[in-house]
Design a protein. Structure first.
Length: 196
């Protein structure tokens, strides 16, 4: 049975730090880079709502179903986004990776590949997960392509599944990586980073 706990993860110039109140200003700056909160199909907070976003993540962590991180660029010291494990299910050794977003200037860079390598390595190699899930909005095509690009397999679509921040309801695309698939996914991610 897995027991996820707050931990810093670092590699390839990125450090995932357990999310806390001290990350609020950095997250607000990252969200403002591209006005990401205006993407109606994502959960990026407006800069003025970052503290509430952090509080919600902390509550999920206290309840045992979330483990949130701030994403920091080691070279510049800047906080460039956030990600987390969610829907943590210890009884079946499963976590999902989600609530992931990066400053516009860091999108389509090596940041996402690095974060996924760090999170998946921790999930499979340290925690002992049997499966890691990922999910995204049906209108978030860029996220779907990114998830498929790391090697996750599409499990299906749950129709009329979850409320968006604006109150509309999304269809959710569900993906997963099994522990037996992890060696190939890991090699794929490492090769992608080697090319950067």
């Amino acid at each position: 049975m897995i027991h996820p706990k707050p931990v810093a993860l670092e590699g390839h110039g990125i450090r995932l730090e357990p999310l806390g109140a001290d990350h609020a200003d950095g997250l607000a700056t990252a969200a403002a880079d591209g006005e990401l909160w205006q993407l109606w199909f994502t959960s990026v907070p407006e800069p003025s709502r970052v503290r509430g976003y952090i509080d919600t993540a902390a509550k999920g962590q206290q309840e045992g179903h979330m483990l949130p991180w701030a994403v920091r660029d080691v070279a510049t010291g800047e906080v460039v986004g956030s990600t987390r494990y969610h829907d943590i299910m210890p009884a079946i050794d499963r976590v999902e990776i989600g609530y992931t977003w990066y400053a516009k200037s860091r999108q389509r860079s090596s940041v996402n590949t690095t974060c996924k390598l760090l999170l998946l390595s921790h999930a499979f190699d340290t925690l002992g997960c049997k499966v890691v899930g990922l999910r995204t909005d049906n209108f978030n095509v860029a996220s779907q392509k990114a998830i498929e690009g790391i090697g996750a397999k599409k499990d299906g679509v749950i129709r009329h599944h979850q409320a968006r921040p604006d109150g509309t309801v999304r269809d959710t695309h569900i993906y997963s990586i099994l522990v037996t698939e992890w060696p190939d996914v890991k090699r794929h991610l490492e090769l992608r980073l080697a090319r950067h």
